[in-house]
Design a protein around this ligand. Structure first.
Ligand code: NI
Length: 168
């Protein structure tokens, strides 16, 4: 197991598009384990491979209170159901310290492969639905700050860049 380095906005590597995983082997399972460990240590409730500079369509999450229900999604896809929109306050391990309201489809079906390559499906209209949309955005090079006004995004960018300099 190993802790991985989490890229921070505005790192341009967060804009890369992740590729589908064709073969689910031990290296992918190891990556998923390392991502879970990194996510728990952060601490966070979701992490996409893009955030640890791996361009593969892999997401890990744990939205349980006890942090004992790890979820691994390989090649995840979502399909919104109905047109209800939910507004939730989102944060991100790549945008530490900032929380903003984001609107997304409230009710989705998630389809993905598990770590053995078996397809599974989850329907959700709460935190899991929002979280998986946030994480799939990462795989597509998108961040929650992209939903904010340019002014707000710029302000967050400046603050994080300043922190980065102070951490030298
Ligand atoms: Ni995030």
């Amino acid at each position: 197991m190993a802790l991985l380095n989490i890229l921070r906005f505005p790192d341009p590597r967060l804009r890369k598009i992740a590729q589908p995983i064709d073969e689910i082997d031990d290296s992918i399972r190891q990556l998923a384990e390392d991502m879970l460990e990194t996510m728990y240590a952060a601490p966070g409730i979701g992490l996409a491979a893009t955030q640890v500079n791996v361009q593969k369509r892999l997401v890990v999450m744990d939205i349980s209170e006890e942090k004992d229900q790890p979820l691994i999604f390989i090649n995840p896809e979502i399909q919104p159901i109905g047109d209800e929109i939910e507004e939730m306050e989102e944060g991100c391990l790549s945008v530490p310290g900032f929380f903003e309201l984001v609107k997304r489809p409230a009710h989705v079906i998630i389809r993905a492969l598990d770590k053995e390559g078996k397809p599974f499906e989850i329907e959700d209209q709460e935190l899991l639905a929002v979280c998986i949309q946030h994480e799939i955005d990462h795989l597509d090079g998108k961040l929650f700050v992209d939903y904010l006004s340019p002014l707000k995004r710029q302000r967050i960018r400046k603050k994080l860049e300043k922190q980065e300099r102070l951490q030298l």
